[in-house]
Design a protein around this ligand. Sequence first.
Ligand code: NAP
Ligand code: BGC
Ligand code: ZN
Length: 361
Amino acid sequence: MRAVVVRRGEREPTVVEQPRPEPAPDEALVRMLRVGVDGTDREVVRGAHGGFPSGADEMVLGHEAVGVVADANGTDLTEGAVVVPTVRTPAAGGDRSWFERDEADMAPWGSGDFHERGIAGADGYMAEYVACPAPSLVRLPPEQAGDGFLVEPLSIAVKALEHAEAARSAFDWQPESAMVLGNGSLGLLALGLLDADSRFDRLYCLGRRDRPDPTLDVVDGLGATYVDSRETPVETVADVHEPMDLVFEATGYARHAVETVHALAAGGVGALLGVPEDWQFEVEGGHLHRELVLNNKALVGSVNSNRRHLAAASSRLASLPGWLVDRVVTGVYPPDQLDAAFTDDDTTIKTAVELNEYEER
Ligand code: NAP
Ligand code: BGC
Ligand code: ZN
């Protein structure tokens, strides 16, 4: 079968032939349909995030998957069911209780308790067939066999918003304004979720592009205000527009984590999702500390998602407007068109690699 890998020392993905995996007990064999590509995959390919499985010189890419159970292998899964797998999988010798509680998304990075498939320490999902632990698979409605690769990235936003909200649950938080930092696929999907949330009257999205641009068409289509960071840096947004009740950072630009504090309204919360590389810069620490304290502001970091978030994201995907999904997904490519699938130009928002076609039962 074909699989898309990155090899040690290389900076681009390659298609290789691999044997079809044999599922172990408690694993099912999944026939992969489509696997999405995001900023993290590009970081993994260029060696900036994650790492190879122990002792391996290549890793199968891909963590945003939708597939069909091909062989339930004695598990309680149903053959033919459309499924999305969690990204985290137990590591040999690690603490499995994170998985037993469905809280593997909260396990410490580097703990040795988990691998992230296609990202850190374990082969991913960009292969024709993949063996998956049965508990890692969340069932999707068959209508999501095509777009179901959006469930994992949506689940990232679902979790982050849940944690941001939880950080404001000790008082009567009534948010009206929200700003998403970043017009990549994660930022635009988060903007779609916020648009569907009736509490938010005013939405903003920050980028650094000139019009015409397909991501800005999505921002406009959602009725959000585009904020160009070259003209209006994040720390000036509160003055130029308004203080934000919620900021959702999806740029990976480390200064934004700090500047978010100054964009927030009193009692506001910033959810940080970017995964930047090391970068030292000066911060006015006194101002930052004072702002957080005197205005009851909160910053919440959020990574990954669990089964519950994947299930919620499937429901949220079903209620997103069709035009949004059509605009965000700019291309679905076969494995022999990896250049197109992994490209990162200004006409590309979200792509996927199609490993198999869905055959309805
Ligand atoms: P992406 O496609 O690379 O999107 C990043 C976007 O941010 C791009 O549109 C980029 O604009 C914009 N941007 C970067 N710096 C900016 C600046 N200074 N001012 C304005 N806009 C700026 O990546 P993605 O897949 O959407 O993911 C976004 C970030 O979240 C990445 O850091 C990724 O690693 C992280 N992530 C985290 C999780 C998690 O679980 N926490 C999950 C998924 C992704 P241009 O395209 O114009 O350069
Ligand atoms: C994935 C998450 C993962 C994170 C950190 C993201 O792109 O969607 O599942 O936890 O990267 O590696
Ligand atoms: Zn991702």
